[in-house]
Design a protein around this ligand. Structure first.
Ligand code: SF4
Length: 291
């Protein structure tokens, strides 16, 4: 994919935030020390390393800290969905846009894995060509720090003062990525934002996939998860806790760790939704049996 007219040249020694993010939105809305900026940057680095320009990507956002950090930040075309609905909007856009246009959605764990999960599962079933990047802050942090479906068991939060005890999507034998795999997604990976370049490599593979890709990027929330669950706002201690918990194996025991790596790579194994629909419509029109 080539950059379009007016796009900055590849290799230009400018910061990716400066290159791709609207100046008034840089550095964004995340709290000081939050890992969300790192997560945002990883997506931009992947775009940059793929040689994509502003005209090559349409960027959608969900709700929460991730939506707020990335909302209308991309200098190119952007759109925003209400909570959990951005996947349905992106499906419509996928049908309307040229196939080469990359659709990237930055959403939170609540947006993707709870309220929007049914939409997401159906995007996986259809293998709709889009890249969903889940910025996972381990709960509902934008509303003050309540537990969610990726909150580690035992975490003290505003809504679990004695420790989160409900089954979640990533421990106790569950893995939300396995559910998405069974639903038909063709590329799935999980990383923490503290893993250097590895997440960028997965994001590049995800964006290149002509089908439903999802990358879960776990990052430290210092204001709520740090203060409530870890009992500290000390950045070094919070980041160390995340580092110590990160395991570079996707199949490892997840009872007390973030298992990371590529979970599922089935790129090219299934037809893509919009392409299939175009082919189907063309065949119906050719046969003349459309009415
Ligand atoms: S509330 Fe937490 S996750 Fe949200 S921006 Fe602040 S530190 Fe980051």
């Amino acid at each position: 994919m080539n950059g379009m007219a007016g796009v900055l040249r590849r290799g230009e020694m400018r910061d990716v935030m400066e290159k791709y993010v609207r100046p008034e939105k840089n550095p964004g809305t995340a709290c000081s020390g939050c890992g969300l900026r790192l997560a945002h940057r990883k997506v931009l680095e992947a775009i940059d390393e793929l040689g994509l320009g502003l005209g090559d990507v349409v960027w959608g956002t969900g709700i929460g800290c991730s939506g707020r950090q990335t909302f209308v930040t991309w200098k190119g075309d952007t759109f925003a969905g209400t909570h959990g609905r951005v996947y349905a909007m992106a499906t419509g856009l996928r049908l309307a846009l040229p196939p080469e246009k990359r659709l990237i959605l930055t959403v939170g764990d609540g947006d993707a894995f709870t309220i929007g999960f049914l939409h997401l599962l159906n995007c996986a079933r259809r293998n709709v060509d889009m890249t969903v990047v889940v910025f996972d802050n381990l709960g509902y942090q934008s509303t003050g720090g309540q537990y969610g479906v990726t909150t580690p068991l035992g975490s003290r939060t505003d809504s679990s003062p004695y420790g989160a005890w409900e089954p979640n999507w990533t421990q106790g034998g569950f893995d939300v990525l396995r559910i998405l795999k069974e639903a038909g997604a063709t590329f799935l990976a999980r990383h923490t934002v503290l893993q250097g370049h590895e997440p960028v490599e997965s994001l590049k593979r995800a964006i290149r996939n002509r089908g439903l890709s999802l990358v879960q990027l776990i990052y430290p929330c210092v204001t709520h998860y740090g203060a409530q669950a870890l009992g500290t706002r000390d950045l070094a201690k919070i980041y160390d806790w995340f580092r110590d918990r990160t395991v570079e194996s996707i199949d490892a025991d997840s009872s007390d760790s973030f298992t990371t790596g590529i979970f599922h790579d089935a790129v090219g194994s299934r037809p893509e939704f919009a392409a299939s629909m175009r082919e189907f419509v063309a065949s119906v029109q050719k046969e003349g049996n459309h009415g």
